[in-house]
Write a protein that binds this ligand. Structure first.
Ligand code: SF4
Length: 334
């Protein structure tokens, strides 16, 4: 994500409230809503009540919108939906396309579109075609937000998440088989009603097994009107806070380790904004890491909207730094 590594608010009910502002002209990334609403009814979440039943936009409308963005210079598009991989939009005479089919169409038919992402996905909706697309569509970036929420089967059942830990791990394995360099991020809720110390330990264990590149973790907070809010076995605030601190400590080590193992690698960076210092430029790696390139590049004007190889020289907790590879930019000394 673009925010701080570890946020402390509880976001599950308000994904669309955090959408980026409408894109200004000349920007190189864009966001396209492909579905809204949700039929999953996780017991902590208000989306099914506030946003209603799942609705998928027709594929042709989405393709037209992405074409228009690409014609306007957008290189990277993020497909958005509260349960985005439940997408099943009508496509001409086909009754419906899944998200994998839509992604293939965008990659094949939209000139200039170099990068595709999607969020927020549900682990139970990672179907075969979507997983295969991760191995077959170059433009589909090797980074996926796949929220697990908890590593305890009993908590997952109480959340009505519709998968067990082993199902989630199987999805991760299949994704890594399809796309060995894929990196994952997740949301976590600690202190869900009834969560025991053993349940929480299972979450820490799952985190160790998956090895996330990014993560967002939150204390459970009751949403009025949701089933979990009425449970009598709410976890005490101090217990939630203590568990959150332990989880965030473990996650921040993993994120830092992921960023540090990028040092020495050459990564394609989509440059889209000035850096913090005069002349410095910033962009995003395939893994959505912020990457800063040194001031000798001559500033953002020559680089905005371009995807160029960068040798990573520094891995920080929340960003990378590097240098352009080769004399790839006219007028720019790498
Ligand atoms: Fe909410 Fe669950 Fe639907 Fe996500 S999948 S929007 S958490 S009900």
């Amino acid at each position: 994500g673009q925010g701080p590594v570890l946020e402390t608010e509880f976001p599950a009910q308000a994904k669309f409230d955090h959408l980026p502002a409408p894109r200004a002209r000349g920007e190189s990334t864009g966001f396209v809503s492909v579905q809204e609403g949700c039929d999953k009814f996780c017991t902590f979440c208000v989306v099914p009540y506030t946003r209603g039943a799942e609705y998928s936009r027709p594929a042709a409308d989405i393709v037209a919108e992405v074409r228009a963005l690409a014609a306007d210079g957008v290189k990277e598009v993020t497909l958005l939906g509260q349960n985005v991989n439940a997408y099943h939009g009508a496509a001409g005479s086909d009754p419906e396309w899944g998200l994998g089919r839509l992604i293939r169409e965008l990659a094949d038919k939209v000139p200039g579109l170099a990068r595709i992402r999607y969020t927020t996905s549900h682990p139970a909706d990672m179907d075969d075609d979507l997983i295969a697309a991760h191995g077959e569509v170059d433009a589909l970036m090797p980074y996926l937000h796949l929220p697990v929420q908890s590593g305890s089967d009993s908590v997952l059942a109480a959340m009505n998440r519709r998968y067990r830990v082993e199902d989630y791990l199987a999805v991760v394995d299949r994704l890594r088989t399809a796309r060995p360099d894929i990196a994952l991020s997740s949301d976590f809720i600690v202190g869900f009603p009834g969560e025991t110390e053993d349940d929480f330990a299972a979450t820490l264990d799952l985190v160790r097994r998956v090895g996330y590149a990014q993560a967002y973790s939150f204390k459970y907070s009751a949403r009025p009107g949701t089933p979990a809010a009425d449970r009598p076995d709410q976890v005490a605030e101090d217990v939630k806070a203590e568990r959150l601190a332990r989880l965030q400590d473990q996650l921040s080590h993993l994120v830092r380790a992921f960023n540090e193992q990028c040092v020495g690698r050459v990564m394609d960076v989509l440059f889209d904004r000035p850096g913090r210092y005069r002349g410095q430029v910033a962009g995003r790696s395939p893994y959505l890491q912020a990457v800063h390139v040194s001031p000798e590049t001559g500033g953002i004007d020559g680089l905005r909207g371009r995807i160029l190889p960068v040798r990573i020289t520094e891995g920080h907790p929340n960003s990378l730094a590097g240098q352009l590879v080769g004399a790839t930019v006219p007028g720019v000394q790498p």
